[in-house]
Every structure is written in C-alpha cells, then in structure tokens.
Ligand binder design. Structure first.
Ligand code: BDP
Length: 666
C-alpha cells in the first residue's frame, strides 16, 4: 500500500514538474497562465469562446470587450483594438478576427510588458488565404520532414484524438494561419477514400473553431486508381462526374472544406498532360467540381519537363502561355524561385508574368536545402528578399511547406519554430521586418530580457546568409548529394540519372571557370525577367554578387566587386560562413544564464553540428573546385580539416547525419 502511494506521489511530482519543463512543446505560447482580466462579449460562438478563454487565461490588463460588428476599415479577419473608458474594445466583422485580436493583445503583453492604450490598432491581413502545406503521407512519414513523424495519427483517427491536434490549431491561430493542406503533394489517392474522409472530417472539426480550414492534396489519377475509371482525362464526362460526386461527398462531411492542392505532371505525378490536355484544362475541371461549394484549386507550377536545356526556364515556358485560361477559383501556386527552394535563388519570373491569373507563392518552411532541422537558419530574411521583388499585393495567397512533426518541440530544432512563427506573421503582414519578427518570437519563446534578445536576434538575422555562405555562395545552387539534400557532393555523378538532378549540371565547373550561363549568350533565362532586371543580370559587371554564378559562367580570375578574384571571393565566402557559425556558438554560450538548461543544451548541440557541417561544406566545395581553379586556398583562410578523397568516398547516413570519418570531430 505504502509502496503504491509512493509511486502515485512520484508520478504526480514528476508530472507537475514536467508541466513546467521547458522542452519547447509550448512553442511561443508560454504566456503567463495567471490572467486576471474580465471579458465581455455581445455574441457567442465556439471561436469567441476561445478568444475569451485565451484572454482570461493570459491577459492581465483592463477588462476586454469583444464586439463582432461591421466596420468600414476592416477586411475579413481584420480587427481593431481601442482603449476606451478603461476597457479594451476588440472589434471585428468575423469571429476569427476577434480571436486574432485576442492573440494580438496577449502577444503585446508578452513582448513589451505594457499594452499601449493611447492609440487605436487596426490590423488587416494581407492575404485571405494563409496556408500551411503538410507533405505528410498516410503511413506517417513526412516527405522532407525533419521533426519526427506526421502529427496526423491516421490509424487512430477518427476514434482516438491526440491533444496535439488542438495545440496545433491554437499555435496556427495565434499567428493568423487560417488553412492547412493535410497531406503530401505527392498525394496518395487513398486520401479521398470514404475511410480517410471521415478522419479528415474529424481533424477539420477540431481546427474549425480556431478559424482554420482544411484542404487536401489530390492525385490527378484518383478516378482511375480509386474510382476504377479507365481514364482521368479532364474532359471526359465520367471523370468530371466522378470529381463532382467526390466534391459532394466531401462537402457533406466538411461544409467549409477549403479545396484541393495539385501537383500534376511533375516528377512522375499524373496530370492532364498524360491525356494531351493542358494544366489549365486539368485545373478548371477540378475547379468546376468545387465551385458550387466555394472551394478552390491551388495548382502548382513546379514543373520541369526538359523541353529547354535550362531547368530554371521550364515552369515559365509551360505556364506563362496559359495566363488568363484559369477559372477564377484556381490559384497557380509558384515556388519562390525558378528551381527548387535553394538557399538563395532569384525570384521566379513567373511572378508578374501571369497578370490575368491568380497566383500565390509557395515558400518552404521545412529546411530541405538549409541543413534540415540541424542548422539554425531563420528564414524571414529570405522571404522578405522575395517580397523585395514581388509586390505582396500582386499575390492572391501564400503557402508554406510545414516543418512540423511529432517531435516534442514540434520542429526538431528550437529555432526552427521561429520559421513557422515567421511564416504566419509574414503571411498576415509582409511589411513586418525580419528583426521585429525575430524579437517577438524570442521574447515569447525564451525571455524578453534585452541581454538575451539583442545578441540572439542578431545571430538570427545573420543565419540565412551564413548558410548561403558555407553551402552555396555567389549564386551557386544544387550542390547537394544524391538521394538527400543535406551534405555537399559537387562531384556527384549518378549513372543514368536525369542530368538536371546532378550538381555538375548547375555549377558547370571547368578549368575556365564556374557557373551557369543564363545570360543572353547562354540559356537566356534572363529574358524571362522584366527589362531592368534583365539588363542588370545579363551583364557580368552589373549582376549582383549574390546571383553572379546563377546567371554567368565566370572565369576564376574575374575581378569581383570586392577586388578579389572569383576564386578568392569564393574561398572567402565559404570561410566567412564557417566563421559566422563559430560566432553563433560563442554568442549562444554567452546567454546561458537566460535560458533553461534543457533548451540551452539542445541548441548548443545543434550549433556544434552546424559548425561541423559548415566546415564539411567548405572543405568539400573548395577542395573540389580547387581542382579546376588550379589555385591554392588563400593562406589567410582556415585550412581544410577534411580530406577530399575521404569525403568523396563517403556516403552519409542521414539517420544520424554523421560526417566523413577524417579524424575531425566537434
Ligand atoms: C522538391 C522535393 C520533393 C518534392 C518537390 C515538390 O525534393 O520531395 O516532392 O520538391 O515540391 O524540393 O513537389
């Protein structure tokens, strides 16, 4: 008996202790749970009830009044916050807007201590659709997922409901995300089976009060695979009927279902071109099926059929001529760059080239090409760079490929949470600066102490550029190893593989120089850009350093803007990347006293791995390219620790990310 008591006591004790533990599971929602405010609301709904609950739990200011009413300054989901007669008046035309307003107040409290009461806040989202794209498979794996397995426990649904579903919805709502595509763009047809749709409905019901609509990726050949038809031709009557019936079935279960995301005729996926139809014909057929229910189709432009010798031109060549041919409930979803989520790419020239179609951008939050969840790479600066070229208002919507999984801290790296956060905040307001977002996130996730926030916000600001430096500076791209996108393999040459999956296709290093000639003397990809940019990029002397090897094949002796030769500059950039990661380590160690020990150590370990990998990248690329430049690595630069032969013979095991065995350790 005594023994049982002891066990119960210990269990209780450890559970209460665990609740306090800082393991990252609370994300940026660690606000005080000692709210003391009173909340009044004229209307009631499940969403308003959540707004009330959040405020009562965390807000410590004057009473709050929630008012749902029309207001000419407010768009859907927009809200205003005014301080009148000692009360905060939160107004929105929608329930979701009131929930967002509640999160706004709470966020202000946790970032700046006091909530300003002297001015009216008006917030309107830049986009009506702010979506996460999950690349999750029914078997629980996640394509390019580095944070455990899928959150969706398909085998247990609809009977067993994980607490994480609601926590996920809450986290999204707190940053304004209002839609989620649950499954991989390489979509299993099963997702549209009646068996799965019941599971999807269960999730949709949990997400709805948080203002989140549910969407699905669909496989274009589903009518054949699941429906037994002998074609998926979008102009075939039976096919049209099949999709119409499917839409009806879905909307009966999920009346506010958002719509479909489609990857078609890309990387082996089926699509309308299999039946000699265009992307527009395929998209429109699905759009017609969803139209009666206000559903939409997000049709991806990530295609690269090798009709032109330059992969970077292919999506434009295939999609631009279709401008104006899409239904009004189709949005063409375009990756930010013309190739594929590289650490740095120029923006995709498709943006701005389809003025008669709705377009949206797809960012990648998961770090497929930026060190998985091992490297600290704050991506807001990369997304802001995109908006420097593509006016935010020219887009209809915004999507981000999620970096979320079953890991305790959701994203694998504590700092990878900042990318989920930044995506939501920028989807709401692309005008926010990266620094503001970093500071907000740090204050809520760790502490608002200036001694912590100042140095760590500054390493976040530098982090994406550091990755570019140690992986692929000066416009280099796709130097990754075959089969995964973690480590360097500029030498990679797999027999029989598509040439445009090989690094040498992109770097084209030779004794004469390095880089892809996309100028008017080469593939002429520059011609896809507006005149001024075209002229800027076309000339090797005016092309900005960060894109020079993207657009030009440059001789090793070419004089760069810094006065160094190209080879010297390349070495300098790789080395700068490594040195910056060492700086991150030092800065993190300096703030130890501000961080709980669990998260401190976990981040410290990740930073060690990042420096190790940065050295690996630098040593691999410089020694490999050095064989062509025929020049030594400048003597003021850190000497290679890893030997090229060893690296070239080494095949990484991505389950533990080990580095080549060359006697080098952290
Ligand atoms: C690439 C990924 C691949 C995705 C593809 C896509 O390597 O796993 O399926 O993009 O976006 O970056 O469809």
């Amino acid at each position: 008996m005594k023994h049982t008591y002891l066990i119960i006591f210990t269990l209780f004790y450890s559970l209460s202790f665990m609740a306090e533990a800082e393991d990252g599971s609370s994300l940026w929602l660690r606000q005080s749970k000692s709210g003391e405010t009173r909340v009044y609301s004229s209307k009631s709904s499940p969403t308003i009830a959540l707004a009330e609950k959040e405020l009562k739990r965390s807000f410590r200011g004057a009473p709050v009044v929630l008012k749902r009413q029309k207001c000419k300054d407010l768009k859907a989901d927009g809200y205003s916050i005014k301080f009148v007669d000692d009360k905060y008046i939160l107004t929105s035309t929608t329930d979701n807007g009131l929930l967002y307003a509640a999160y706004h107040l709470i966020r202000q409290q946790s970032t700046s201590c006091s909530v300003r009461s002297d001015k009216t806040i008006i917030e309107n989202p830049a986009y009506n659709l702010r979506l996460l794209n999950h690349w999750d498979n029914p078997d629980g794996t996640i394509e390019r997922g580095y944070a455990g397995s899928s959150l969706w426990q398909w085998d247990d649904l609809p009977l067993v409901i994980s607490d994480r579903y609601e926590e996920y919805a809450r986290a999204n709502a707190s940053i304004g995300i209002n839609g989620t595509v649950l499954n991989n763009v390489n979509a299993s047809p099963d997702i549209l089976s009646s068996e799965y749709l019941i599971k999807v409905k269960t999730l949709a019901d949990i997400f709805r009060p948080y203002g989140i609509k549910t969407y699905l990726s669909v496989n274009f050949a589903t009518p054949m695979i699941l429906g037994g038809l002998d074609t998926a031709d979008p102009l075939d009557k039976e096919v049209e009927k099949w999709w119409k019936n499917k839409a009806k079935e879905i909307y009966k279960l999920i009346p506010d279902f958002g719509g479909f995301l489609v990857k078609a005729n890309s990387e082996g996926q089926p699509g309308p071109c299999d039946f000699d139809r265009t992307h527009a014909e395929g998209a429109n057929m699905l759009a017609d099926a969803l139209k009666p229910y206000n559903g939409i189709v997000m049709w991806r432009a990530f295609v690269y059929n090798p009709e032109d010798a330059d992969r970077a031109k292919q999506a434009y060549l295939e999609f631009q001529p279709l401008d104006g041919k899409f239904r009004d409930n189709v949005i063409v979803q375009i990756k930010n760059g013309p190739v594929d989520f590289q650490p740095r790419e120029p923006y995709s020239p498709l943006f701005g080239s389809m003025p008669r179609s709705k377009t949206m951008v797809e960012f990648q939050i998961t770090q497929e090409y930026l060190g998985f969840s091992n490297h600290l790479a704050f991506l807001a600066p990369m997304w802001k760079e995109f908006f420097d070229f593509v006016p935010a208002e020219s887009l209809e919507a915004i999507a981000g490929v999620a970096n979320i999984g079953t890991d305790t801290n959701w994203c694998g790296h504590h700092f990878a949470q900042s990318n989920w956060y930044a995506f939501g905040r920028l989807a709401w307001n692309p005008e926010l600066s990266s620094e503001e977002i970093a500071r907000e996130w740090l204050s809520q996730t760790f502490t608002a102490d200036k001694n912590f926030v100042d140095p760590i916000a500054s390493i976040m600001a530098e982090s994406r550029e550091a990755v570019v430096d140690y992986m692929m500076p000066l416009g280099l791209h796709h130097l990754f190893a075959w089969g995964h996108h973690y480590g360097p393999e500029p030498w990679c040459d797999v027999e029989g593989a598509r040439p445009d999956w090989m690094p040498s296709y992109y770097h084209k290093a030779s004794d004469n120089g390095i880089g892809f000639n996309r100028s008017s003397t080469g593939s002429n990809a520059v011609a896809q850009y507006p005149e001024t940019l075209k002229n800027l990029y076309d000339n090797v002397d005016t092309c900005p350093d960060e894109y020079i090897l993207w657009f030009h094949n440059v001789s090793w002796d070419h004089k760069m803007q810094s006065g160094r030769t190209l080879w010297g500059e390349l070495c300098y950039r790789y080395d700068r990347g490594v040195q910056t990661t060492r700086h991150f380590q030092r800065e993190w160690d300096r703030v130890e006293m501000y961080v709980d020990s669990e998260r401190f150590k976990e981040v410290q370990n990740k930073l060690r791995i990042q420096t190790r990998d940065a050295v690996w990248w630098k040593d691999a690329c410089l020694q490999y390219f050095g064989q062509f430049s025929n020049k030594p690595i400048p003597y003021d630069i850190e000497r290679p620790v890893l030997n090229l032969d060893n690296m070239m013979n080494f095949k990484i095991d991505i389950t533990n990310y080990e580095c080549p065995p060359c006697g080098y350790s952290n």
